[in-house]
Ligand binder design. Structure first.
Ligand code: TRP
Ligand code: SF4
Length: 345
């Protein structure tokens, strides 16, 4: 690593290996990561162990899903020359730190985590009454702290996990100081400004709702999905005026269209001067112009997935070095270093 990169603040974030990414993942995280890679010393990883906490029963797709995520990262413009990309399970030190953290994390802290309660209540088709699922945020704390990250870019739902990470860091530092020095700094969450991105049914875009537009969707598919997208329900006939502020297509324009188009939509919709079909066509144009260059970039790696895999392997070995150095400090602070020592043998 160059001296310049080691002076930069460190950013760490992960995404579960859920397969192909959609526009919501792009707007909510990936786009932000791409902008950060020049400014910070960034570590981005595919959290395949975290995917296992809910999808443990069938692992047949897990590797393929990890690769799809990486391809979308590369497509969106993450550059292996500018950031470190890796797979969680290829850096087993995360698991060692997770185990040590599990010793010091009170159960009550985990039972109070909002995502834990919500998912236990809402997901009925899988048995989430497992040790691993409860420990999800402990693993996340290990992911973050093992790189001594300064900043963790996340969406709002993940902020409690970063808070818990800070508490675990404090508790570890309290029990085990190393020559009077704390092993772990407390990372800060960097809240990704959340643009409200609706899916085709008007609810939040999410894989589990089946309302997504994928980064890999070809132009005809994007146009077709837009055609069936819900609009302002008050605008029933072409002659009814509408309101782009309550229309999911209007939201898409606000995020992806240029100022001129947004004004044209606003005026045309409110005066019934334009039809929804025309308006959706413009929204599709904006999406296609963003997705096209991504799909071009992705093609190079799709044709040769080995290239993408090599990027992950190189990233994983770079990450291992950093993680390994932290684990040496951790073991030493806990009086469990691997070296022979005179007193205790
Ligand atoms: N829990 C995160 C999510 O579902 C993914 C994740 C795993 C993560 N480890 C992380 C995010 C570490 C930030 C830092 O989106
Ligand atoms: Fe929505 Fe556009 Fe139709 Fe207005 S014209 S209701 S913004 S799709």
């Amino acid at each position: 690593m160059t001296s310049r990169s080691s002076q930069r603040k460190r950013v760490l974030s992960g995404m579960r290996s859920t397969g192909k990414l959609h526009l919501g993942n792009f707007v909510g995280a990936l786009d932000n990561w791409v902008r950060m890679q020049d400014q910070y010393d960034c570590f981005f990883f595919v959290a395949d162990w975290h995917a296992l906490t809910t999808d443990y029963a069938d692992t047949s797709k897990i590797k393929e899903n990890s690769l799809e995520v990486l391809l979308d990262w590369l497509a969106a413009g993450l550059d292996p020359e500018c950031c470190t990309m890796f797979i969680q399970s290829h850096v087993p030190q995360h698991a060692e730190l997770h185990l040590l953290f599990s010793m010091i994390t009170p159960l009550g802290w985990l039972e109070r985590v909002p995502t834990y309660k919500e998912q236990r209540e809402n997901i009925s088709e899988k048995d989430l009454g497992t040790y691993g699922f409860l420990g999800y945020p402990v693993l996340q704390a290990a992911d973050i702290l093992i790189y001594k990250g300064d900043f963790v870019p996340v969406g709002e739902d993940q902020v409690p996990h970063v808070e818990l990470t800070r508490e675990i860091a404090r508790r570890f530092n309290m029990f085990y100081t190393r020559k009077g020095i704390f092993v772990f700094p407390e990372p800060q969450p960097l809240l990704t400004p959340a643009a409200k991105l609706p899916g085709t049914d008007g609810r939040k875009m999410s894989k589990s709702y089946g309302n997504t537009i994928l980064l890999t969707d070809p132009e005809p598919v994007v146009r077709q999905k837009l055609k069936t997208m819900v609009t302002d329900p008050a605008r029933v006939r072409r002659s009814d005026p509408g309101n782009p502020d309550v229309c999911p297509v209007g939201d898409l324009h606000k995020i992806f269209s240029d100022r001129q188009t947004i004004m044209k939509v606003d005026e045309g919709c409110r005066s019934a001067g334009i039809g929804c079909i025309e308006c959706k066509g413009w929204a599709a144009d904006a999406l296609v112009s963003i997705l096209n260059p991504m799909q071009e970039r992705r093609k190079k790696y799709e044709d040769n997935p080995r290239l993408a895999w090599d990027i992950l392997e190189a990233g994983s070995s770079r990450a291992s070095k950093v993680a390994g150095a932290t684990m040496d400090e951790v073991r030493e602070a806990m009086g469990m270093s691997l070296d022979y020592d005179e007193k205790h043998g």
